[in-house]
Write a protein that binds this ligand. Structure first.
Ligand code: TYD
Length: 392
Protein backbone atom coordinates (compact mmCIF):
# COMPACT_ATOMS: atom_id res chain seq x y z
CA UNK A 1 0.00 0.00 0.00
CA UNK A 2 1.24 3.52 -0.72
CA UNK A 3 0.54 6.86 0.95
CA UNK A 4 2.32 8.69 -1.86
CA UNK A 5 5.39 10.91 -1.84
CA UNK A 6 6.35 12.18 1.60
CA UNK A 7 8.94 14.54 3.06
CA UNK A 8 10.85 13.55 6.24
CA UNK A 9 8.26 13.86 9.02
CA UNK A 10 10.44 15.91 11.38
CA UNK A 11 12.16 18.01 8.68
CA UNK A 12 10.52 21.32 9.54
CA UNK A 13 11.82 23.96 7.19
CA UNK A 14 13.09 27.47 7.85
CA UNK A 15 12.97 28.70 4.30
CA UNK A 16 10.15 27.95 1.86
CA UNK A 17 12.67 27.86 -1.01
CA UNK A 18 14.32 24.77 0.55
CA UNK A 19 14.28 21.80 -1.79
CA UNK A 20 12.76 19.02 0.27
CA UNK A 21 13.84 15.39 0.19
CA UNK A 22 10.88 13.20 -0.77
CA UNK A 23 10.43 9.44 -0.68
CA UNK A 24 7.52 7.09 -1.30
CA UNK A 25 5.80 6.12 1.95
CA UNK A 26 4.79 2.54 1.20
CA UNK A 27 4.41 -0.02 3.99
CA UNK A 28 4.02 -3.74 3.44
CA UNK A 29 3.62 -6.89 5.53
CA UNK A 30 6.12 -9.75 5.38
CA UNK A 31 4.31 -13.10 5.81
CA UNK A 32 7.60 -14.82 6.76
CA UNK A 33 8.78 -12.66 9.65
CA UNK A 34 5.41 -10.97 10.36
CA UNK A 35 6.94 -7.50 10.25
CA UNK A 36 4.78 -4.59 9.05
CA UNK A 37 7.46 -2.38 7.55
CA UNK A 38 8.32 0.39 5.14
CA UNK A 39 9.34 -1.07 1.81
CA UNK A 40 11.51 1.92 0.92
CA UNK A 41 13.51 3.40 3.75
CA UNK A 42 15.09 6.82 3.63
CA UNK A 43 18.71 7.08 4.72
CA UNK A 44 18.85 7.28 8.59
CA UNK A 45 21.35 10.18 8.33
CA UNK A 46 18.52 12.23 6.78
CA UNK A 47 16.41 11.61 9.91
CA UNK A 48 18.68 11.70 12.95
CA UNK A 49 21.27 14.45 12.86
CA UNK A 50 22.61 17.47 14.73
CA UNK A 51 19.32 19.38 14.27
CA UNK A 52 16.80 16.68 15.21
CA UNK A 53 13.53 18.51 15.88
CA UNK A 54 11.94 16.21 18.43
CA UNK A 55 12.57 16.72 22.15
CA UNK A 56 10.77 14.10 24.28
CA UNK A 57 10.98 16.38 27.31
CA UNK A 58 8.08 18.49 25.95
CA UNK A 59 5.55 15.98 27.32
CA UNK A 60 5.06 15.84 31.08
CA UNK A 61 3.16 12.58 30.69
CA UNK A 62 6.14 10.97 28.95
CA UNK A 63 8.46 12.22 31.70
CA UNK A 64 6.24 10.47 34.25
CA UNK A 65 6.21 7.38 32.06
CA UNK A 66 10.04 7.28 31.97
CA UNK A 67 10.23 7.82 35.72
CA UNK A 68 7.77 4.95 36.32
CA UNK A 69 9.91 2.58 34.28
CA UNK A 70 13.04 3.62 36.22
CA UNK A 71 11.18 2.84 39.46
CA UNK A 72 9.96 -0.49 38.08
CA UNK A 73 13.51 -1.51 37.17
CA UNK A 74 14.60 -0.86 40.74
CA UNK A 75 11.56 -2.35 42.51
CA UNK A 76 10.54 -5.26 40.27
CA UNK A 77 13.91 -6.24 38.83
CA UNK A 78 16.16 -5.30 41.76
CA UNK A 79 18.44 -2.98 39.76
CA UNK A 80 21.48 -1.95 41.85
CA UNK A 81 23.48 1.29 41.62
CA UNK A 82 26.46 -0.47 40.03
CA UNK A 83 24.38 -2.30 37.40
CA UNK A 84 24.81 -0.63 34.02
CA UNK A 85 21.64 0.46 32.21
CA UNK A 86 22.01 1.32 28.54
CA UNK A 87 19.17 3.21 26.85
CA UNK A 88 19.16 3.77 23.11
CA UNK A 89 17.31 6.73 21.56
CA UNK A 90 17.07 8.31 25.01
CA UNK A 91 16.74 11.69 23.27
CA UNK A 92 17.04 14.61 25.72
CA UNK A 93 16.86 12.41 28.83
CA UNK A 94 14.74 9.27 28.85
CA UNK A 95 14.64 6.61 31.57
CA UNK A 96 18.40 6.87 32.19
CA UNK A 97 17.87 10.50 33.18
CA UNK A 98 15.92 9.29 36.24
CA UNK A 99 18.51 6.61 36.96
CA UNK A 100 21.29 9.22 36.67
CA UNK A 101 19.46 11.43 39.20
CA UNK A 102 19.52 8.50 41.64
CA UNK A 103 23.21 7.90 40.88
CA UNK A 104 22.70 4.57 39.07
CA UNK A 105 25.28 3.59 36.45
CA UNK A 106 23.84 4.69 33.11
CA UNK A 107 24.59 5.26 29.46
CA UNK A 108 22.37 6.89 26.88
CA UNK A 109 22.99 6.26 23.17
CA UNK A 110 21.56 8.73 20.66
CA UNK A 111 22.68 9.66 17.13
CA UNK A 112 21.22 13.19 17.24
CA UNK A 113 23.84 15.53 18.66
CA UNK A 114 21.53 18.32 19.84
CA UNK A 115 19.30 16.05 21.96
CA UNK A 116 22.32 14.04 23.18
CA UNK A 117 23.91 17.29 24.40
CA UNK A 118 20.73 18.17 26.23
CA UNK A 119 20.73 14.75 27.98
CA UNK A 120 24.40 15.18 28.90
CA UNK A 121 23.72 18.57 30.43
CA UNK A 122 21.23 16.82 32.74
CA UNK A 123 23.94 14.46 34.02
CA UNK A 124 23.32 11.42 31.78
CA UNK A 125 26.44 9.66 30.42
CA UNK A 126 26.08 9.78 26.64
CA UNK A 127 27.40 7.95 23.60
CA UNK A 128 26.59 9.95 20.46
CA UNK A 129 25.93 7.46 17.66
CA UNK A 130 23.65 4.79 16.18
CA UNK A 131 23.29 1.59 18.19
CA UNK A 132 24.17 -1.60 16.35
CA UNK A 133 26.42 -4.63 16.85
CA UNK A 134 29.75 -2.73 16.46
CA UNK A 135 28.51 -0.05 18.91
CA UNK A 136 27.53 -2.77 21.40
CA UNK A 137 31.07 -4.15 21.27
CA UNK A 138 32.55 -0.69 21.85
CA UNK A 139 30.22 -0.07 24.80
CA UNK A 140 30.99 -3.48 26.30
CA UNK A 141 34.71 -2.83 26.07
CA UNK A 142 34.50 0.61 27.64
CA UNK A 143 31.65 0.23 30.18
CA UNK A 144 31.16 -3.54 30.64
CA UNK A 145 27.99 -5.63 30.20
CA UNK A 146 24.54 -4.13 30.66
CA UNK A 147 22.12 -5.44 33.25
CA UNK A 148 19.32 -3.52 31.56
CA UNK A 149 18.93 -2.45 27.94
CA UNK A 150 16.12 0.00 27.20
CA UNK A 151 14.58 1.17 23.93
CA UNK A 152 11.51 3.40 24.28
CA UNK A 153 9.94 4.16 20.91
CA UNK A 154 13.29 3.55 19.28
CA UNK A 155 13.52 -0.04 18.05
CA UNK A 156 10.88 0.54 15.37
CA UNK A 157 13.02 3.41 14.06
CA UNK A 158 16.04 1.27 13.18
CA UNK A 159 16.11 -0.38 9.73
CA UNK A 160 18.81 -2.90 10.70
CA UNK A 161 16.82 -4.30 13.62
CA UNK A 162 18.83 -7.54 13.44
CA UNK A 163 22.04 -5.67 14.23
CA UNK A 164 20.36 -4.13 17.30
CA UNK A 165 19.33 -7.55 18.60
CA UNK A 166 22.76 -8.96 17.87
CA UNK A 167 24.15 -6.05 19.87
CA UNK A 168 21.77 -6.81 22.75
CA UNK A 169 22.82 -10.48 22.69
CA UNK A 170 26.43 -9.27 22.92
CA UNK A 171 25.89 -6.65 25.60
CA UNK A 172 23.50 -8.13 28.17
CA UNK A 173 24.73 -9.80 31.36
CA UNK A 174 23.61 -13.47 31.58
CA UNK A 175 20.66 -12.43 33.79
CA UNK A 176 20.15 -9.07 32.04
CA UNK A 177 16.88 -7.81 30.59
CA UNK A 178 15.83 -5.73 27.64
CA UNK A 179 12.74 -3.52 27.98
CA UNK A 180 11.36 -2.08 24.79
CA UNK A 181 8.11 -0.48 23.65
CA UNK A 182 6.69 0.78 20.40
CA UNK A 183 3.31 1.50 18.78
CA UNK A 184 1.41 -1.77 18.55
CA UNK A 185 0.23 -3.03 15.15
CA UNK A 186 -3.18 -4.41 16.30
CA UNK A 187 -4.04 -1.03 17.90
CA UNK A 188 -3.01 0.89 14.77
CA UNK A 189 -5.12 -1.40 12.58
CA UNK A 190 -8.13 -1.07 14.89
CA UNK A 191 -7.96 2.73 15.19
CA UNK A 192 -7.02 3.26 11.56
CA UNK A 193 -4.24 5.50 12.87
CA UNK A 194 -2.32 5.61 9.62
CA UNK A 195 -0.46 8.69 10.88
CA UNK A 196 1.75 6.30 12.89
CA UNK A 197 3.30 5.46 9.53
CA UNK A 198 6.17 7.79 8.60
CA UNK A 199 9.87 7.61 7.79
CA UNK A 200 11.03 7.06 11.38
CA UNK A 201 8.62 4.20 11.98
CA UNK A 202 10.33 1.66 9.79
CA UNK A 203 8.33 -1.05 11.58
CA UNK A 204 5.00 -1.19 13.34
CA UNK A 205 5.69 -4.08 15.69
CA UNK A 206 3.60 -6.93 17.06
CA UNK A 207 4.32 -9.65 19.59
CA UNK A 208 4.40 -12.26 16.82
CA UNK A 209 7.08 -10.35 14.90
CA UNK A 210 9.10 -9.64 18.05
CA UNK A 211 9.09 -13.33 19.06
CA UNK A 212 10.44 -14.21 15.60
CA UNK A 213 13.31 -11.74 15.95
CA UNK A 214 14.14 -12.72 19.54
CA UNK A 215 14.37 -16.40 18.57
CA UNK A 216 17.14 -15.58 16.10
CA UNK A 217 19.29 -14.15 18.89
CA UNK A 218 18.58 -16.66 21.68
CA UNK A 219 16.36 -14.19 23.46
CA UNK A 220 12.88 -14.69 24.90
CA UNK A 221 9.95 -12.37 25.59
CA UNK A 222 8.93 -13.22 29.14
CA UNK A 223 6.34 -10.52 29.76
CA UNK A 224 4.34 -7.81 28.00
CA UNK A 225 2.29 -4.77 29.00
CA UNK A 226 -0.26 -2.88 26.92
CA UNK A 227 0.37 0.86 27.22
CA UNK A 228 -1.60 3.96 26.29
CA UNK A 229 1.53 5.88 25.29
CA UNK A 230 2.38 6.76 21.66
CA UNK A 231 -1.21 6.15 20.63
CA UNK A 232 -1.28 2.56 21.94
CA UNK A 233 1.89 0.55 22.47
CA UNK A 234 3.10 -2.85 23.58
CA UNK A 235 6.01 -3.08 26.03
CA UNK A 236 8.15 -6.21 25.80
CA UNK A 237 10.32 -7.63 28.61
CA UNK A 238 13.06 -9.76 27.11
CA UNK A 239 15.77 -11.99 28.63
CA UNK A 240 18.25 -14.57 27.44
CA UNK A 241 16.56 -17.83 26.46
CA UNK A 242 15.72 -20.20 29.35
CA UNK A 243 16.37 -17.45 31.89
CA UNK A 244 12.83 -16.66 33.02
CA UNK A 245 9.38 -18.23 32.66
CA UNK A 246 7.03 -16.85 30.04
CA UNK A 247 4.08 -15.08 31.70
CA UNK A 248 0.42 -15.85 31.02
CA UNK A 249 0.11 -12.30 29.68
CA UNK A 250 2.45 -13.18 26.81
CA UNK A 251 0.48 -16.34 26.01
CA UNK A 252 -2.84 -14.45 26.11
CA UNK A 253 -1.54 -11.66 23.87
CA UNK A 254 -0.27 -14.16 21.36
CA UNK A 255 -3.65 -15.93 21.24
CA UNK A 256 -5.25 -12.52 20.66
CA UNK A 257 -2.89 -11.77 17.75
CA UNK A 258 -3.55 -15.17 16.16
CA UNK A 259 -7.26 -14.28 15.92
CA UNK A 260 -6.54 -11.02 14.08
CA UNK A 261 -5.41 -12.60 10.80
CA UNK A 262 -2.32 -10.43 10.71
CA UNK A 263 -0.95 -12.49 7.83
CA UNK A 264 -3.99 -12.01 5.60
CA UNK A 265 -3.93 -9.44 2.78
CA UNK A 266 -7.60 -8.72 3.54
CA UNK A 267 -6.64 -7.26 6.94
CA UNK A 268 -4.48 -4.61 5.24
CA UNK A 269 -6.99 -3.89 2.48
CA UNK A 270 -9.53 -3.11 5.18
CA UNK A 271 -6.98 -0.91 6.94
CA UNK A 272 -6.29 1.04 3.73
CA UNK A 273 -10.05 1.58 3.26
CA UNK A 274 -10.23 2.94 6.82
CA UNK A 275 -7.36 5.34 6.05
CA UNK A 276 -9.07 6.63 2.89
CA UNK A 277 -12.37 7.14 4.74
CA UNK A 278 -10.61 8.99 7.55
CA UNK A 279 -8.78 11.22 5.06
CA UNK A 280 -11.97 12.21 3.17
CA UNK A 281 -13.93 12.79 6.40
CA UNK A 282 -11.22 15.17 7.64
CA UNK A 283 -10.84 17.06 4.37
CA UNK A 284 -14.57 17.56 3.96
CA UNK A 285 -14.98 18.77 7.56
CA UNK A 286 -12.10 21.26 7.20
CA UNK A 287 -13.49 22.53 3.88
CA UNK A 288 -16.97 22.88 5.35
CA UNK A 289 -15.61 24.92 8.28
CA UNK A 290 -13.45 27.09 6.03
CA UNK A 291 -16.50 27.85 3.86
CA UNK A 292 -18.07 29.21 7.04
CA UNK A 293 -14.95 31.37 7.49
CA UNK A 294 -13.85 29.54 10.64
CA UNK A 295 -10.24 29.67 11.77
CA UNK A 296 -8.56 26.30 12.32
CA UNK A 297 -5.26 25.60 14.04
CA UNK A 298 -3.34 22.33 14.30
CA UNK A 299 -2.35 21.48 17.89
CA UNK A 300 1.11 19.82 18.02
CA UNK A 301 3.49 19.77 15.05
CA UNK A 302 3.83 16.02 15.29
CA UNK A 303 5.57 13.66 12.89
CA UNK A 304 2.16 12.06 12.54
CA UNK A 305 0.74 15.30 11.15
CA UNK A 306 3.27 15.22 8.29
CA UNK A 307 1.68 11.98 7.09
CA UNK A 308 -1.88 13.29 7.51
CA UNK A 309 -1.26 16.59 5.74
CA UNK A 310 0.79 15.22 2.86
CA UNK A 311 -1.46 12.21 2.29
CA UNK A 312 -4.56 14.41 2.43
CA UNK A 313 -3.13 17.47 0.64
CA UNK A 314 -4.03 19.71 3.61
CA UNK A 315 -2.10 22.99 3.56
CA UNK A 316 -2.35 26.53 4.91
CA UNK A 317 -5.57 27.13 2.95
CA UNK A 318 -7.27 24.83 5.49
CA UNK A 319 -5.03 25.08 8.58
CA UNK A 320 -4.06 28.64 9.54
CA UNK A 321 -1.05 27.59 11.61
CA UNK A 322 0.16 24.81 13.89
CA UNK A 323 1.01 25.55 17.51
CA UNK A 324 3.83 23.67 19.24
CA UNK A 325 5.90 24.08 22.39
CA UNK A 326 9.17 22.73 20.92
CA UNK A 327 11.63 25.63 20.36
CA UNK A 328 13.28 23.87 17.37
CA UNK A 329 9.95 23.72 15.49
CA UNK A 330 8.64 27.23 16.20
CA UNK A 331 8.73 29.77 13.34
CA UNK A 332 9.40 27.05 10.80
CA UNK A 333 7.02 25.44 8.31
CA UNK A 334 5.53 21.95 8.24
CA UNK A 335 7.32 19.52 5.90
CA UNK A 336 5.77 19.33 2.44
CA UNK A 337 2.63 21.36 3.12
CA UNK A 338 4.33 24.48 4.51
CA UNK A 339 1.91 25.39 7.28
CA UNK A 340 3.53 27.91 9.67
CA UNK A 341 4.45 26.67 13.17
CA UNK A 342 3.78 29.15 15.96
CA UNK A 343 4.65 29.22 19.63
CA UNK A 344 2.22 28.47 22.43
CA UNK A 345 2.41 32.13 23.41
CA UNK A 346 1.22 33.13 19.92
CA UNK A 347 -1.57 30.57 20.15
CA UNK A 348 -2.79 32.03 23.45
CA UNK A 349 -3.04 35.44 21.80
CA UNK A 350 -4.63 34.10 18.61
CA UNK A 351 -7.14 31.44 19.61
CA UNK A 352 -8.91 29.96 16.57
CA UNK A 353 -12.51 28.74 16.35
CA UNK A 354 -11.26 25.15 16.05
CA UNK A 355 -8.18 23.16 17.00
CA UNK A 356 -7.35 19.97 15.15
CA UNK A 357 -5.70 17.73 17.74
CA UNK A 358 -2.62 16.48 15.92
CA UNK A 359 -0.85 15.34 19.12
CA UNK A 360 -3.80 13.01 19.87
CA UNK A 361 -1.47 10.65 21.74
CA UNK A 362 -1.23 13.37 24.42
CA UNK A 363 -4.99 14.03 24.50
CA UNK A 364 -5.46 13.67 28.28
CA UNK A 365 -2.50 15.91 29.09
CA UNK A 366 -3.52 18.54 26.53
CA UNK A 367 -7.21 18.55 27.49
CA UNK A 368 -6.27 19.01 31.12
CA UNK A 369 -3.94 21.88 30.23
CA UNK A 370 -6.53 23.54 27.97
CA UNK A 371 -9.58 22.96 30.19
CA UNK A 372 -9.62 26.50 31.50
CA UNK A 373 -7.94 28.00 28.44
CA UNK A 374 -8.68 27.20 24.78
CA UNK A 375 -11.45 24.69 25.58
CA UNK A 376 -13.48 27.56 27.06
CA UNK A 377 -13.28 29.52 23.81
CA UNK A 378 -13.20 27.09 20.91
CA UNK A 379 -13.89 23.54 19.72
CA UNK A 380 -11.68 20.54 19.09
CA UNK A 381 -11.56 18.41 15.97
CA UNK A 382 -10.52 14.84 16.68
CA UNK A 383 -9.86 12.81 13.56
CA UNK A 384 -9.27 9.34 15.05
CA UNK A 385 -10.63 6.72 15.36
CA UNK A 386 -13.70 8.61 14.06
CA UNK A 387 -14.04 12.27 13.15
CA UNK A 388 -15.59 14.16 16.06
CA UNK A 389 -16.09 17.76 17.09
CA UNK A 390 -15.78 18.33 20.83
CA UNK A 391 -16.72 21.47 22.67
CA UNK A 392 -15.98 22.27 26.31
P1 TYD B 1 4.94 13.31 19.64
O1 TYD B 1 4.07 12.84 20.72
O2 TYD B 1 6.33 12.86 19.68
O3 TYD B 1 4.34 12.88 18.29
P2 TYD B 1 5.12 12.36 16.98
O4 TYD B 1 5.84 11.11 17.41
O5 TYD B 1 4.03 12.10 16.00
O6 TYD B 1 6.06 13.45 16.57
O7 TYD B 1 4.98 14.88 19.56
C1 TYD B 1 4.12 15.72 20.25
C2 TYD B 1 4.31 17.14 19.72
O8 TYD B 1 3.30 17.93 20.31
C3 TYD B 1 5.63 17.75 20.10
O9 TYD B 1 6.12 18.51 19.01
C4 TYD B 1 5.30 18.68 21.26
C5 TYD B 1 3.87 19.03 20.99
N1 TYD B 1 3.09 19.30 22.20
C6 TYD B 1 2.61 20.58 22.41
O10 TYD B 1 2.83 21.48 21.58
N2 TYD B 1 1.89 20.82 23.55
C7 TYD B 1 1.65 19.85 24.48
O11 TYD B 1 1.00 20.12 25.51
C8 TYD B 1 2.16 18.53 24.25
C9 TYD B 1 1.90 17.42 25.22
C10 TYD B 1 2.87 18.30 23.08
Amino acid sequence: MSFGKMPIANAFIKNLKTKEYLFELAPGFCPNCSLFQLIKQPNPNKLFHKDYAFFAGTSLKMQKHFKNLATKLINRFGLKKNDLTVEIGNNDGGVVNYLAMKKFKNLGVDPSLNVARSAKSKGVSMFNGFFNFPTARKIKKKYGEAKVFIAQNTLAHIPDINSVFRGVEELLTPDGIMVTEDPYLPIMLKKGSYDQIYDEHVFILSLTAMINICKKFNLRIFDVEILKTAGGSLRYFICRDNNRNISNRVKKQLRFEKKLNLKSLKTYKKFKEKCEKSKYALISKLKELKKKKKSIVGYGATSKSTTIFNYSGIDSSLIDYITDTTPTKINKFSPGTHIPIKSYNYFEKNYPDYCLLLAWNHKDEIFLKEKKKFSKKGKWIIHLPKLQILSK
